[in-house]
Each structure stands twice: as C-alpha cells, then as structure tokens.
Design a protein. Structure first.
Length: 144
C-alpha cells in the first residue's frame, strides 16, 4: 500500500509550509480536510468532486449551523487541497459558493465602527437597515 508517496495530510502540510502560511492555518486546514474526508466515509478527495464539496458545505450550513466565515474557511481549505495538493482546478467553486451576509455589498470589505460613529450613522440614516449597511460597508460613508 505504501508507494513511497507522503500521505495526503503530510502533502497538505508540506504545501502550506512551502508557502509560509502560519502554523495555525496549517492546523485549521488539516482539520477541515479531515472533517471533509470523515464526512464522506473516508473516501479519498481525488475520487470526489463538486457534488461532494457542495454537500459538505451545505451540511455545515444547514445541519451544523456554522457562520458564513466558518463555511468560507472550510471552502478555502478544500480549495487549497484540490488546487495546491491534488493539482486539480476547481473553477466551478472559486468565488461562487459560500454564505454571504446580505447587508455587505460585494465590492467592499466589512469594517468595524465605533459607538459614536454608529450613533452618527443612525441619525443620518434614520433606518436600522440602512444603518447596518453603512456600518458594514465602507463604500457608503467613512466615519472617523
């Protein structure tokens, strides 16, 4: 069974280290890959594809009720596995899957606002929904 090739998780760790990712990223990515393999009853990821990845991510969102950032972290780990370790390109997943916070516009990064800024935005916006967009989206207004 041993053909001299490193095990999958060892290959994953090696590729992460070659790219100088943090030790914490290495540990988290390895854990997500283990969970993915365990979820599919220990099938090798090379035997699986889009259907299995989407099933795993859907399971995380629906059954495990994970946050959008957690689901995106799992997706990033799986994309790294397929692209960098298994050398399989997954164009059908890149940037097209994962939960999104609908109040954050897709062109902006979320930012944290201070309480005075939030009160100022609330007074300007007059609506909690609009205020939420102002608080989460840097494209509408910049507060100091």
């Amino acid at each position: 069974m041993d053909d001299g090739k490193p095990k999958l998780l060892d290959q994953l760790r090696q590729q992460i280290r070659v790219r100088n990712y943090s030790i914490r990223t290495e540990a988290v990515y390895a854990e997500w890959v283990k969970r993915y393999i365990r979820f599919h009853h220990y099938r090798h990821p090379a035997e699986m594809g889009a259907v299995e990845i989407e099933a795993f991510l859907t399971h995380l969102a629906v059954k495990r009720d994970v946050s959008a950032s957690t689901q995106n972290q799992a997706l990033a780990a799986l994309l790294f596995l397929y692209k960098e370790v298994l050398k399989l390109d997954l164009p059908w997943l890149q940037g097209s899957y994962g939960r999104r916070n609908p109040s954050i516009c897709r062109w902006c990064l979320p930012v944290v606002r201070s309480m005075p800024c939030w009160l100022n935005c609330r007074a300007i916006a007059g609506s909690l929904r609009i205020c939420s967009m102002v608080l989460d989206c840097d494209c509408l207004r910049r507060c100091g």
